[in-house]
Design a protein around this ligand. Structure first.
Ligand code: HAX
Length: 429
């Protein structure tokens, strides 16, 4: 058994006991209220699940197992995966063992490439990426063991194996999609001696003479790893996994949610918005021009991408990490400069709109300008990068859920008629 698996295995009884005791001893404690507005409002703010891998306090931003993401920006994504699962960062030996394990599982079967090659050239990169994960379901150890009569106590073990297999392969799948979809030439073979970020950067084939793109990829994969359990992708994956669909089904399904413009696709939209301003004003726009353009965007009934958040009420610390990276490595880049100017202007514009609860930038506001600077100019691809990283959090959450023995998710819907009756009954009280 690997070091990471052994460490997690030791935690399983504690996870399971805590879940059972919680429900037994404190099951009646009330945590949230559901109103009619909640039903129509996307269940916003309803505390409806448990997620220990990370949390997002509105006034602090992402904490991975209690650690602020801003303090983890020098960590490798592999270290973050270890942290998500165990609550501890790996030491040198533990990290090396994990990287070796990932390298041993990295080979992607040929049939995956064949399916991707058969897809239309106009397919969105996210459709290709998520299809690849679904096609890989053929490899699921969870499904094979379930079909052979696996005991419930072993679910987490099989989910762990699937998570390792999947995460090991995603950098190569992501790079393959990039090169195939954007006609970059033959795929570049994976180098098992490199860390994830470096290996991925290399497999894209983009020039990286001073190693800055590699540094950006490490940072990118670290920053996007998880964002608690209630966001569209994590919650969808959790729901799918609760039916005991394996990690491949659950992750692919969850990432289909990440492909939406109000969620992960915002990073592609965001750079598009920045470039649109450059085009409209024939170069990097002034603050006044940006203010006007932001207002026009709102007046046209569009959202300003990269700004606002369902939970956060501050500048996203992940935005700050990207912003600082750009300030260090490419402060004079035109897209970076516009992005920085947008940050000065847009929150003030959004603050004037009463209904907008969070006028501050989220993670997606800054990342695109950096990718663009390093030559990754195909912005429909950006959400794939997000997905490679977010898979760590989603699959880690899945393992914990199976360890906990969490049941099938099944909220209750109401018809309009039932709602009318409930409202009338409440009024009669
Ligand atoms: N521009 C214009 N309008 C905005 C806005 C923005 N950036 N942010 C919020 N609003 C609007 C909402 O559309 C909503 O309008 P309606 O009531 O007319 O529907 C109103 O303000 C209230 O919204 P909210 O309560 O402040 O925010 P929500 O929880 O409803 O939505 C969103 C959160 C992230 C979806 C929203 O802020 C948004 O659409 N932002 C732009 C897209 C974006 O950046 N998405 C990425 C978010 C981070 C993420 O998940 N990355 O993966």
């Amino acid at each position: 058994m690997s070091i990471l698996k052994e460490k997690f295995a030791k935690k399983v009884p504690e996870i399971r006991d805590r879940y059972k005791n919680m429900v037994k001893e404190h099951g009646a404690v009330k945590l949230a209220e559901v109103s009619v507005a909640t039903l129509y409002g996307g269940l916003r703010g309803v505390k409806g699940m448990v997620c220990d891998t990370s949390s997002v306090p509105p006034d602090r931003g992402l904490l991975i197992r209690g650690r602020p993401i801003g303090e983890l920006t020098d960590k490798l994504p592999e270290e973050i995966f270890y942290l998500l699962l165990t609550g501890e960062l790996p030491n040198k030996e533990e990290l090396a063992a994990l990287q070796k394990d990932f390298a041993a599982r990295a080979k992607v079967p040929e049939y995956v490439w064949n399916v991707l090659r058969a897809m239309p050239k106009t397919s969105h990169p996210m459709a290709m990426f998520n299809t690849a994960i679904l096609v890989l379901e053929n490899e699921s150890k969870f499904r094979a063991r379930y079909d052979a009569g696996m005991k419930k106590d072993d679910y987490w073990d099989a989910a762990f194996e699937d998570a390792m297999d999947i995460n090991a392969k995603l950098p190569e799948i992501g790079a393959f999609v990039y090169r195939l979809r954007f006609d970059k030439g033959a795929p570049i073979a994976s180098d098992p001696n490199l860390d994830w970020g470096a290996n991925f950067a290399r497999m894209t084939g983009l020039p990286d003479p001073n190693g800055e793109f590699t540094k950006l990829m490490r940072l990118y994969f670290t920053l996007h790893c998880d964002h608690e359990g209630g966001n569209v992708s994590a919650f969808s994956a959790h729901t799918i996994g609760s039916a005991l669909s394996d990690q491949y089904y659950a992750l692919s399904g969850g990432l289909n949610g990440l492909a939406g413009p109000l969620h992960g696709l915002a990073n592609q939209e965001c750079l598009g918005w920045i470039l649109e301003t450059n085009k409209k004003f024939g170069g990097s726009p002034s603050e006044e021009q940006l203010e006007k353009f932001a207002q026009e965007t709102l007046d046209a009934g569009r959202v300003v991408p990269g700004y606002g958040h369902a939970v956060l009420r501050i500048t996203d610390p992940r935005f700050t990490a990207f912003y600082d990276f750009g300030a260090k490595y490419c402060p004079d880049d035109p897209a970076y400069k516009t992005m920085a100017r947008v940050f000065k202007v847009v929150p003030e514009v959004l603050k004037k709109v009463q209904k907008i609860k969070d006028p501050w930038p989220n993670v997606d506001a800054a990342s695109g300008s950096l990718l663009y600077h390093y030559g990754m100019v195909e912005f429909p691809y950006y959400t794939v990068l997000f997905s490679i990283s977010r898979a760590m959090g989603i699959t880690a959450q899945h393992i914990v859920s199976r360890a906990m023995g969490s049941p099938i998710v099944r909220p209750k819907s109401m018809t309009g008629e039932e709602l009318d009756k409930a409202i009338a009954a409440a009024a009669a009280k």
